[in-house]
Design a protein around this ligand. Structure first.
Ligand code: SF4
Length: 420
């Protein structure tokens, strides 16, 4: 059913939503065929002069698509097959997230086998040669470092997952472009500067030419990893303007696109529109597919703790530290240590967090290693979720002896000379 309730302007951007009647391969094929029919077929989407197409799926971790973390691998298979039928040259490329080898993600998601079977190059952007591409009107970045094959492609197909994200609120088409960046430290720069603005600079030079968001099994809660939870919605949405695609997906997730910083910046930068009056929704309407409830991440890192006696001091951490701490606080923590607590604690997280000398502080993550020997400190980048236990347990009992949790999750006590 079409969404006829909005007004169309002459500059309308079209976003289509189709339902997929199950999680099987056959249902997905029917759904995607229907999706492309609505858009008048692939040839209408791809300009005649196109030489090389890059498919950029979200394969950020070695997690199966049913977790809500990575995209359905059969989306890649069908899209490659459809494009090959049109005689187009296609490559698939991705650089997995922090701490994950792309090869591991490719294998565990099943995309490595699919590309192998189809005889399609599958490029690991974390291992390729990087080239600096200038960002002419960048607000924070003068250039972006991407795999050298990316600028060779004249059409980018984004295959994103519909996900919540604790730093950017949503992870959709525009966020998916971050996987083009070749090096972990270069990606870290996004987080240290301001990931929401850096995403806009990246999309100024590498904006998807067509974007599809898979929400057959989306992710809700504290994403983009666990403790985010799979949310079956049975939909696929997409269109030419990634900003309006993301805006429509945000509305499906129960969010106002204007409240999502990188979407608002994108519209102000002229990369696309988030204005409902300038977006035509075809296929299903937003209202028809929107769930009654879609759990979103807290808007502020400070709100990440569900416990009154655990306060978070926000120093602009990247999503890896946030996801790791969130999985501990929302998943692994033993609720009894909260009930037995005799002290409050303050957790410093992110490189810009500063100690205010309350005597109840614990610093986490290598960004804060300057506090090793000065505060209880959990090392790691990010620390594994189970590394927090001992120091948080001790802190909640009022014990803030100077100690460090090392990479084996062992507590090491340190004297004033920083010796163990
Ligand atoms: S220590 Fe944490 S916040 Fe700092 S770079 Fe590593 S994961 Fe990100």
């Amino acid at each position: 059913m079409n969404d006829k309730s909005r007004k169309c302007s002459s500059n309308v951007s079209t976003v289509s939503i189709v339902k997929v009647a199950g999680t099987g391969k056959k249902q997905l094929k029917i759904g995607l065929e229907h999706f492309f029919e609505i858009h008048g077929g692939l040839r209408k989407i791809i300009p005649a002069h196109t030489n090389k197409i890059l498919i950029k799926p979200n394969l950020m971790m070695g997690e199966p698509w049913t977790t809500g973390i990575t995209v359905n691998p059969y989306m890649v298979e069908f899209l490659v097959t459809f494009l090959k039928k049109e005689g187009l040259e296609v490559i698939v490329g991705e650089g997995a997230g922090w701490g994950c080898k792309s090869a591991d993600a490719f294998k565990k998601t099943g995309v490595a086998d699919i590309c192998d079977h189809l005889g399609i190059p599958l490029i690991d952007f974390k291992r390729g040669r990087g080239v600096h591409i200038p960002v002419p009107e960048g607000s924070l970045l003068k250039d972006v470092l991407v795999d050298e094959i990316v600028p060779e492609c004249d059409f980018i197909f984004s295959l994103a997952k519909m996900k919540t994200h604790c730093e950017t609120t949503v992870s959709l088409s525009m966020k998916n472009m971050k996987g083009l960046i070749t090096e972990d430290r270069e990606r870290l720069r996004f987080h240290l500067l301001d990931v929401n603005r850096c995403l806009i600079d990246l999309n100024r030079v590498f904006k998807p030419d067509f974007s599809i968001v898979e929400g057959i099994i989306a992710l809700e809660g504290i994403g983009p990893l666990k403790p985010g939870k799979p949310k079956p919605l049975g939909i696929v949405a997409g269109g030419k303007d990634p900003v309006s695609v993301d805006a429509v997906c945000a509305r499906i997730m129960g969010l106002n696109p204007a409240d999502i910083r990188h979407l608002e910046y994108a519209s102000l930068a002229g990369l696309g529109t988030i204005d409902k009056n300038e977006i035509e929704v075809t296929g299903e309407s937003v209202e028809a597919v929107k769930p009654d409830r879609y759990e979103c991440p807290p808007q502020k890192i400070e709100k990440l703790s569900p416990y009154e006696n655990i306060k978070i001091i926000n120093g602009n951490p990247c999503s890896n530290c946030v996801a790791s701490l969130a999985s501990y606080l929302h998943g692994y923590i033993d609720k009894k240590i909260i009930e037995r607590a005799t002290s409050n604690i303050e957790i410093l997280i992110g490189g810009k967090a500063r100690s205010s000398g309350t005597g109840r502080e614990i610093a986490i993550g290598n960004c804060l290693k300057k506090y090793r020997g000065k505060l209880p400190f959990v090392s790691g980048c990010p620390p594994p979720s189970d590394a927090y236990l001992e120091l948080i347990d001790r802190g909640l009992k009022g014990n803030f002896d100077i100690a460090t949790v090392n990479s084996n999750c062992k507590v090491v006590f340190i004297n004033k000379n920083n010796e163990t």
